[in-house]
Design a protein around this ligand. Structure first.
Ligand SMILES: [Zn+2]
Ligand SMILES: [Zn+2]
Length: 400
């Protein structure tokens, strides 16, 4: 099948043989989506698959699973962690395929079901074929979608006993066609802060604005002025985002409200940009608020660090990707302002995070991540499985 769709793609025989099982596991997982930190049925399914492989495992957090696979000489090589996230999203699925969610209101709309299934497939290969040096720690991580699952696993000791030396993760990617792999060193996904602004003025009759201090007008000015932080304070060659995504205030057409709340997101790749944004956002907001006689409170709350790939490991991933899909299909200059809590692992142990293209218009796999019609090309699982297995073997060759 793959050769027909993707001439020239180089998938090894064991991955090819394991592919139907990866597809079946993913389809099953797709029918039982569970949101972050509630993945109890998902975890049971993963454990049943690990049981079938004869692997021991432990719950590191209530739904986070760790399992070890030893090489023939475990002490002679490093501990390499492979990570798959396992959670779904609170979205009502609107696809019509046969493995549609059986839990209305919940959906694997980011593809974490595919990550879990591919990692189980890689585990099967590692068990069946074995490897010489080192140990592989399989990490099935809950709560990636804003539930800080990685942070919780790290706090529970996921990277210790044995200590993880290198880590690797990947995301199925609906934004790129099947047959492409995206990998590069340095920051690949953004850091995230949540932005909350409260503006408090003096409520009054909407027909007598002179008797109050207008928070709605102030909110309009604040939102407009905040756009200068990126356009005027950040080097145009650097990337950043300040978005106000929610405005809450007011109860009637004839009342100027006492309070307006603004909520949004801040994104960045490098620390310098982050520091400028963190300094300028409160300055701009309070400056405008002072001028308009309202009080401002600004809260910038940490959500995620940028996902920063280690250059040496990213190069290993690139080399293996080239072996699978060819040089022309390995994209090394594409980053996203989306975020990933794999970043937490990569801050503790050098690692890399790659993207595996899975867009295919002929199968209606064209909808973006988190969309009710999101779906991915199953052929891409063979590419993702092959990549993860190859990268794992290469990392195991690195110094312990
Ligand atoms: Zn997502
Ligand atoms: Zn995701």
């Amino acid at each position: 099948m793959l050769q027909d769709v993707l001439p020239g793609v180089n998938i090894s025989e064991p991955t090819r043989k394991g592919h139907p099982e990866v597809v079946a596991n993913r389809r099953f997982l797709h029918t039982i989506p569970e949101i972050g930190l509630q993945e109890f049925k998902t975890a049971e399914f993963i454990e049943s698959r690990l049981d079938a492989l004869g692997l021991a495992y432990e719950r590191c957090t209530p739904t986070g699973i760790l399992s070890m696979i030893d090489g023939r000489d475990p002490g002679a090589g490093p501990v390499v962690m492979l990570r798959a996230d396992i959670d779904a999203l609170p979205i009502l699925e609107a696809t019509s395929h046969e493995y549609v969610s059986t839990r209305p209101g919940f959906m694997h709309a980011c593809g974490h079901d595919t990550h879990t299934a591919m990692q189980i497939g890689v585990a099967r290969r590692l068990v069946n074929e074995g490897f010489d040096k080192g140990r592989v720690k399989l990490c099935f991580q809950p709560g990636e979608e804003g539930h800080h699952g990685a942070e919780k696993m790290i706090a529970a000791g996921a990277l210790e006993n044995p200590k993880v030396k290198y880590c690797y993760g990947q995301h199925i990617w609906a934004g790129s066609p099947t047959g492409q792999i995206l990998i590069q060193g340095g920051p690949v996904m953004a850091g995230v802060d949540r932005l909350e602004i409260s503006l408090t003025g003096k409520g009054t009759h909407a027909a007598q604005p002179q008797s109050g201090y207008d928070t709605v007008y102030a909110a309009a000015q604040v939102i407009t002025a905040l756009q200068t932080v990126i356009s005027r304070n950040i080097d145009p060659l650097e990337a950043g985002v300040v978005t106000v995504a929610m405005i809450n205030g007011g109860t009637a057409h004839n009342i100027i409200p006492e309070k307006v709340e603004l909520v949004g997101t801040i994104r960045w790749f490098d620390n310098e940009t982050h520091e400028i944004i963190k300094k300028r956002v409160p300055e701009v907001v309070t400056g405008i608020a002072n001028a308009l006689q309202v009080q401002a409170e600004v809260r910038i709350i940490h959500e995620h660090f940028p996902t920063v790939n280690d250059d040496m490991i990213a190069e290993i991933v690139r080399q293996e990707a080239v072996q699978i899909v060819g040089e022309a299909n390995v994209i090394t200059r594409q980053r996203t302002m989306g975020a990933e809590d794999f970043s937490d692992f990569a801050r503790e142990a050098p690692g890399a995070f790659a993207f595996v293209g899975a867009q295919n218009p002929s199968k209606d796999c064209v909808w973006p991540h988190h969309h009710p019609k999101f779906n991915v090309d199953e052929d891409a699982f063979a590419i993702g499985s092959e990549l993860m297995h190859r990268v794992c073997l290469r990392l195991l060759e690195l110094p312990a």
